[in-house]
Ligand binder design. Structure first.
Ligand code: GLC
Length: 534
């Protein structure tokens, strides 16, 4: 099967699909410099085709000084020389297409690198035509910034520039926030979308999707000291420094551009908001983003009741025609095999079964397929400036380490004598080759789950219904299937359903109808046609 983006087929291919987030610097180093690259990805695409993913989302690929590893973009229509060339990216899109897979890029519209030519121009004088591309403010009478907004490191989000004004940076000071009140910024990004869509890019993951517009009056963010990382930023609720209603107009505009292509290009937002309802608002009346990351789900405890509640609320909040999306690993929040599963393989298998059987779109992060956990990166080897001070969960390098392809020195990521940009991690963690050779492995379970997902849900957002079940058990009907999962250390009764068992977390087809689920076990069944829930 190959993907022909010129075919006039507007079915949303992402419905029922699996997108694989591929951190390009850490997947496969073909050039031998210790950094993953586009040619390395082309070389290993067969792994993804074998696994059964429908699309790849590449972490930032555009030129960047790498203060924030590509999230500080210095040019929106190029390729970072460390990763390859535009021709390599064209080849990757074509090679993925030949294997039936599409390619999404990461787009960063909230800010640019201060090395981007727009900022260099803007900073050159107060009357430069690019000045208004960014947010500039005069110091107050005491020389202070205009408000209390904080950046990603907890410091003031304003940098006093030699031209006598402050500029806004909600992330690092080398990442200047764009001024979305300025019409020229809108036109620049329309052109950027079209540039990539015309090249065959299937869509974008949109960085900081909730952030673009800032309050016109630059009011102080209210103090909020309770709540988790989705609710407050260093003790402030970002209601004015982000989350402004005008941002929705941008997505309505972009959606028209995306829908102008056949098939429609997909816009997947990094909607960093604390509730499913606020997340769903970014899908509008199904006229804004088609997909919106569900961080309340990703951050939930690994508890069936809590997850079930978020799934139910998500399904209720989406607009007609909307599509949910599920994941719990990425390059910021870490890997689910660690934060959900604590390295317990039974839990990792259960998490995978849940992710693969929820309706809509599932996103796996590279390494999830082998149950890879976070890697402890010694302080001296850490590369993420923004979280250098943070231990444990605050340290983002832990989930950006090279993909372990095999057990050889270098892990099959780079040549054995090359030092990778981040360490592989000590000790015998999981690797692809060993698991590929073992049909009982997590990798094979993942592959079977994705095949089942494609066969049962491909092209659809299956309807979802929570079923009554015993304590500790989360059971749901999804399309023609029933999924029963035991989120406890004790055996649990299965809900009474008549039907055929298809797959369990041990990777096998259960031999006989099951009445009991083992601790942290999950099973997928097909409802018998005479069951009135079908
Ligand atoms: C997003 C990215 C993160 C980056 C930040 C600023 O949250 O996922 O890695 O640091 O935006 O661009």
């Amino acid at each position: 099967m190959s993907v022909d983006l010129s075919v006039d087929d507007n079915r949303p291919w992402w419905h029922g699909a699996v997108i694989y987030q591929l951190y390009a610097r850490s997947w496969r180093d073909a050039s031998g410099d210790g950094i993953g690259d586009l040619r390395g990805i082309v070389d290993r695409l067969d792994h993804l085709a074998w696994l059964g993913v429908d699309a790849i989302w590449l972490s930032p690929t555009m030129p960047s000084p790498d203060k924030d590893w590509g999230y500080d973009v210095a040019g929106y229509t190029g390729v970072h020389p460390e990763l390859g060339t535009l021709a390599d990216l064209d080849e990757l899109i074509a090679a993925a297409g030949r294997r039936g897979m599409r390619v999404l890029l990461d787009l960063v519209p909230n800010h640019t690198s201060t090395e981007h030519p727009w900022f260099v121009e803007a900073a050159s004088s107060r009357d430069n035509p690019y000045r208004d591309y960014y947010v500039w403010v005069d110091p107050d009478a005491d020389g202070n910034p205009p408000n209390n907004w904080k950046d990603f490191t907890g410091e003031a989000a304003w940098k006093l520039h030699e031209t006598g004004q402050y500029y806004l940076h909600n992330f690092l000071e080398e990442q200047a926030d764009l001024n979305w009140w300025h019409p020229a910024v809108h036109q620049e990004f329309r052109d950027i979308l079209q540039f990539w869509f015309d090249r065959g890019v299937a869509g974008f993951r949109i960085d900081v999707a909730h952030g673009l517009y800032k309050d016109a009056e630059l009011r102080d963010d209210p103090v909020k000291t309770d709540g988790g990382p989705l609710e407050s930023v260093f003790g402030l609720d970002p209601v004015y420094s982000a989350n402004r209603p005008e941002t929705h107009d941008v997505y309505r505009d972009w959606r028209k551009i995306a829908d102008g292509y056949s098939p429609s290009r997909v816009l997947l937002g990094e909607t960093w908001v604390p509730t499913p309802e606020r997340m769903a608002a970014f899908q509008g009346d199904n006229d804004e983003l088609q997909l919106t990351f569900n961080f309340p789900f990703a951050y939930a405890s690994f508890d069936g009741r809590e997850l079930a509640d978020i799934v139910q609320r998500t399904m209720a909040a989406l607009p007609p025609g909307g599509c949910p999306i599920w994941m719990s690993s990425n390059h910021d929040i870490g890997r689910f095999a660690s934060h959900w599963c604590d390295g317990d393989e039974r839990k990792t298998r259960l998490a995978m079964l849940v992710l693969a059987t929820l309706p809509g779109t599932t996103v796996l992060y590279y390494g999830d397929e082998i149950g890879m956990g976070d890697v402890e990166v010694p302080l001296a080897l850490r590369r993420d400036i923004a979280t250098l001070d943070g231990g444990g969960e605050g340290n983002r390098d832990r989930a950006r380490t090279p993909m372990p392809w095999d057990a050889t020195p270098g892990g099959g990521f780079s040549a054995p004598d090359v030092t990778p940009w981040l360490p592989m991690g000590d000790g015998p963690g999981p690797n692809v080759a060993d698991q590929r050779a073992d049909e009982d492995s997590v990798l094979w379970l993942c592959r079977r789950l994705l095949a089942l997902r494609k066969a049962e849900f491909g092209g659809t957002v299956a309807d979802y219904e929570q079923l009554p079940s015993a304590d500790g058990v989360w059971a749901y009907r999804v399309g023609p299937l029933v999924v029963a999962t035991n989120f406890s250390d004790a055996p649990a009764d299965l809900p009474a359903v008549s039907g055929e068992a298809l797959l369990a977390t041990d990777g096998a087809v259960p031999a006989a109808p099951r009445q009991v689920l083992g601790p942290w076990e999950g099973v997928i069944m097909r409802l018998a046609v005479d069951d009135d829930r079908v």
